[in-house]
Design a protein around this ligand. Structure first.
Ligand code: BGC
Length: 747
């Protein structure tokens, strides 16, 4: 590869796509073309590049469980198997960069694309995204972690400004990207469509260069979402290397003009050309090999089963072991909903029909299956009456990229059918297929069991049958809260925004961080999920391993009668420090498999980020010295073991200035006492002793006055020299948990 052989025009052209999915090739410089194709849960490679008759068909590929399901697995191994299989299929389809994973945070359950995202929590999203990227890239296919950043809704997605404070970006919306970038080194990062605090992500220099490259050390290629570039030259300067798709030469001309007119240096072009050329090393002219479609279908079934979340199981109605007649009800049992719509839509190699899969497993057990199609409460109840268990398939009608939902409700006829069946059947199980959270209200208490099957991909029907009959013990956990009402969700009053802006007013209190902090009741909390066996968690031991680090070990026992998997969830809670912290935050998790009666010890290393918050005053991560609680949860709201530790934390310089308030001066850990004494230095001893008590109201009122105003209101109370001296000390003496020594003050 020798980019010095290229003219400015050729270099500029390389920075935009050639057509919809390809990059330019320059054989004379040894630069092949590469093909970028969707992602994220199956390969979507269109067979022709002709949009005159709508979106063309794509090559057959396995539709694996979408991210909403993978998120519920809480299992990086599941994400890894997915990534590796996608890599094999991408190679076979001649796709060099697969456009996934999507690691945006589920800010609102209404986001139309939540089915493509993992979780409301950045750790779950980051760990799974990272495992996916590593495995995909091990197969020689590049990943594209997307959509960077703050793309948390579809409404007005190409223009809306996500107005988010920096602490919230750093603590909630960035960490999944940061983890994927620093741990898994994705070949590309795809910028989002939206603006962030007024600036388009595609031309956001702070985002694409300062944070991504300078802070996180990213050395790959930044690409645009399809059509996200507004001003090609501004985007190039900000750090966007490759614009997709091509613009028929328009962008290249803009870049050439900008260089020729002196608006930008040619070296700015060269920098991105080098990155795109490097990316092109992934290019393979030929499709490489084939993939084993039946084996991938079987893998899709296995992975899907690990994602199913058992929400309710009264009187152990599941698994269906002692059943003789099963009524399967609903159109979704024969026309399954297993993926969402939009750029991720896969042309599946095969599709499991839940009714057929249930019938097959029932047959093996000598049980019969009766079926009512559609959602007619009259018909459904009649069929349900003939059976000892009724299984109703319910779910959302459609969810797609490009728009958000407006309600959490299931279609009304489905709710009526569930209620009618529950009234008629001996026992009722509801199986849900939905990409975004749906409301369980109005029927939850009427039914015996609820299986949250999300969108499970093309083998979801088989996976659901496996869970219903106990071939697989369910081990999924909610990666997002199921609220009681849409109105309870933290972003509700600020979603989807207005007049071109969406204000992230809930700040860091996203998902469970909000519900737990304000004590809001939910239907099912983050992290929740049942099993056919019973796990016990205990013997939590925590050791402090440094000023800002700890290690926790906990023993997990399968105390039930079946083998199964359990997710050990470790949360950290603290009241230390000046900023409002969420009630608790997930800081580590691990999924373990245990045979009945077996135990294992799970160990977590908690580094400083497990305790830190983003401090906007210093522009960095800070661990405050003080008390922290390490909690093991069955979910974000059920803590089963807790241990307290005390951390030294970071030394902090609490600098005093004339803009600091009287209250801040008085409470300053190093010079506060000296400051307070200096107020009474010239008073007779008995007045001095009584001063604070006698002036309680006045001092309370003064607490919020900047020193600048206070000294004007009370001239002569402090000598300028004393204040200068105290300010100087405050600038140099760090404060830490261990306390600070006050140097001598010359009063
Ligand atoms: C989506 C991306 C996708 C791209 C290419 C865009 O509309 O936002 O996620 O990868 O199209 O299909």
């Amino acid at each position: 590869m020798d980019t010095t052989k290229l003219t400015l025009e050729q270099k500029a052209a390389l920075l935009s796509g050639q057509g919809q999915w390809r990059t330019h090739t320059y054989p004379e410089a040894g630069i092949p073309s590469i093909f970028l194709g969707d992602g994220p849960h199956g390969v979507r490679r269109e067979v022709v590049e002709d949009y005159s008759k709508g979106i063309p068909e794509s090559v057959p590929a396995t539709c694996f469980p979408p991210a909403v399901a993978i998120g519920s697995s809480w299992d990086p191994e599941v994400a890894g198997h997915l990534g590796a299989a996608l890599g094999r299929e991408a190679r076979a389809a001649g796709v060099d960069v697969l456009l996934g994973p999507g690691v945006n945070i589920k800010r609102s359950p209404l986001c139309g694309r939540n089915f493509e995202y993992f979780s409301e929590d950045p750790l779950v999203s980051g760990v799974l995204g990272s495992a996916y990227v590593r495995a995909l890239q091990n197969e020689g296919v590049g990943a594209s972690v997307k959509h960077f950043a703050a793309n948390n809704q579809e409404t007005d997605r190409m223009r809306i400004s996500a107005d988010v404070d920096e602490r919230t970006l750093r603590e909630i919306y960035f960490p999944a990207f940061e983890r994927v970038v620093t741990e898994a080194h994705p070949a590309t990062v795809m910028c989002s469509y939206n603006r962030i605090n007024g600036v388009h992500a595609s031309q956001h220099r702070w985002l694409l260069t300062d944070v991504l490259r300078t802070e996180w050390g990213y050395s790959g290629t930044v690409i645009s979402d399809w059509g996200a570039v507004v001003d090609r030259v501004a985007a190039l300067v900000a750090g966007l290397d490759l614009e997709m798709p091509g613009t028929g030469g328009l962008s290249a001309q803009n870049v050439v003009d900008a260089v020729r007119s002196g608006r930008i240096e040619e070296s700015t072009v060269d920098r991105s050309v080098a990155r795109v050329a490097e990316l092109a090393r992934l290019g393979n002219d030929e499709e490489q090999g084939t993939f084993d479609a039946p084996a991938h279908h079987a893998l899709a079934r296995k992975l899907a089963a690990d994602c199913v979340v058992l929400l309710k199981n009264d009187n152990a109605v599941l698994p269906l072991e002692e059943t003789t007649t099963i009524a399967v009800i609903g159109e979704l049992a024969v026309t399954p909903r297993y993926q969402g719509d939009g750029s991720s839509r896969v042309n599946s190699t095969a599709v499991d029909i839940p009714l057929e899969e249930i019938t097959a497993l029932a047959g093996e057990r000598g049980a019969t299956v009766v079926h009512a199609r559609g959602y007619s409460p009259t018909d459904a109840a009649e069929v349900a009456r003939q059976a000892d268990v009724a299984v109703v398939f319910a779910g959302t009608a459609i969810e797609a990229e490009g728009y958000d939902r407006t309600s959490l409700a299931l279609p009304a006829e489905q709710v009526e059918t569930i209620r009618a069946v529950a009234a008629a059947a001996a026992r009722t199980v509801v199986v849900l297929n939905n990409g975004g959270v749906v409301s369980l209200e109005g029927w939850h208490d009427d039914v015996d069991a609820i299986v949250e099957g999300w969108l499970l991909g093309q083998a979801g029907g088989g996976a659901l049958a496996d869970v219903l009959f106990g071939v697989v013990n369910p081990s999924g956990r909610l990666a997002e809260t199921i609220p009681l009402r849409l109105e309870d969700t933290p972003s509700h009053i600020n979603f989807p925004g207005e007049a071109g802006h969406v204000r992230y007013g809930e700040g860091v209190l996203v998902g469970y961080r909000y519900y737990e902090t304000v004590g809001r009741e939910v239907r099912y909390p983050f992290g929740y999920g049942l099993s056919y066996t019973r796990f016990e968690v205990g013997d939590l031991a925590v050791a402090v391993t440094g000023p800002d680090a700890a290690m926790a070990t906990v023993r997990v026992t399968n105390a039930g009668t079946r083998a199964g998997k359990h997710v050990v969830q470790l949360y950290v809670a603290t009241d230390t420090g000046e900023v409002r912290r969420p009630e608790r935050e997930l800081r580590a998790f691990q999924k373990v498999f245990l045979e009945p009666g077996h135990s294992t010890d799970v160990t977590f290393d908690l580094d400083r980020r497990a305790f830190a918050y983003w401090d906007v005053t210093t522009g960095g991560w800070v661990v405050t010295g003080g008390a922290y609680r390490i909690q093991v949860g069955e979910s974000s709201s059920t803590i089963v073991a807790e241990a307290g530790i005390s951390l030294v934390g970071d030394p902090v310089i609490q600098e005093l200035t004339m803009e600091s308030t009287f209250g801040e001066w008085s409470a300053h850990p190093v010079v506060g006492a000296e400051f307070r004494q200096s107020m009474t230095r010239n008073l007779p001893a008995e007045q001095a002793a009584d001063f604070e008590k006698a002036n309680q109201d006045g001092l309370a009122m003064a607490a919020h006055l900047p020193m600048r105003s206070f000294t004007r209101a009370a001239p002569g109370l402090f000598s300028e020299e004393t204040l200068e001296q105290l300010m100087k000390i405050s600038r140099t003496v760090p404060v830490s948990q261990e306390g600070a020594q006050l140097p001598e003050v010359n009063a």
